[in-house]
Design a protein. Structure first.
Length: 256
């Protein structure tokens, strides 16, 4: 009887854990943390995310997140966003709601964006973005207006005043708190490049490997440093050995 109860408890735990997992960090550089239930957890590659988690990149850190439906969020430096709601389960209507408090981000929508675009919402401090099969770049926080640029597909941007603009691919809009979005206009190459760099690297498009390549470079540098350290240790050991031999020879000469 006890064995059966233990099995049921284990099965419940595994099921709950599987349901809680909604995505994971696939690339990270620098000091990236996740706030969960009032605690700050260090987030490395492979870190599993849950609903209500907040992802924070400190300083020049950045990260990339892959969700269950293949949505990708790239987090730029000094950025914070929260996963308010995420549902992608068989037999249930999918839904995504995320809040972006500050920083720069890139979003590449996955299956939910195609299946239920009206139920995929990205919120900044001044506006809410709706999507239609999209890649977007956006920046929020600070003293400047929020900036939203659509590089593929189309988005709708609704300000906190309730006014909405449609932003097709190749165009950009800005939103100041308490005001309507500016009329969308074609973005300049340097404008989108700067926004892309703030959002983790790249301009209009991204292949999801930029940060991972940097991590690989860091690993190689660490490997070189480790090899150098080993060589230095061997050199020190050899020098110590030579010194001991020299001292012994000197001692023998003194005795003679």
């Amino acid at each position: 009887m006890r064995t059966i109860i233990q099995f049921i408890l284990l099965l419940t735990l595994l099921t709950t854990s599987a349901w809680a997992e909604i995505g994971k960090i696939i690339a990270a550089r620098g000091d990236v943390v996740v706030e969960r239930a009032g605690k700050e957890l260090s987030a490395k590659v492979g870190f599993v995310l849950e609903e209500k988690d907040s992802v924070i990149s400190k300083g020049k850190s950045k990260a990339q997140i892959l969700f269950k439906d293949d949505t990708i969020i790239t987090v730029g430096k000094e950025s914070t966003f929260k996963i308010d709601e995420y549902l992608f389960e068989e037999g249930k209507e999918p839904k995504v709601s995320m809040s972006f408090a500050k920083g720069a981000f890139r979003s590449i929508t996955g299956k939910i964006g195609k299946m239920a675009p009206k139920r995929f919402k990205l919120k900044t401090r001044t506006a809410t973005m709706g999507i239609r099969g999209t890649q977007i770049l956006f920046k929020t926080g600070g003293n400047k207006p929020d900036t939203m640029a659509c590089t593929q597909g189309a988005i709708t941007v609704t300000s906190d005043t309730g006014e909405t603009v449609d932003v097709p691919a190749g165009q950009i809009t800005t939103v100041t708190e308490g005001e309507a979005p500016t009329p969308p206009k074609a973005y300049e190459p340097e404008e989108i490049e700067a926004l892309g760099e703030d959002a983790g690297g790249g301009g209009e498009t991204v292949d999801g490997e930029a940060i991972a390549e940097e991590n690989s470079d860091d690993s190689e540098e660490e490997g070189v440093e480790e090899e150098k350290s080993e060589e230095e240790e061997e050199k020190e050991e050899d020098e110590e050995g030579d010194k001991e031999e020299s001292d012994e020879e000197k001692s023998e000469e003194d005795e003679e």
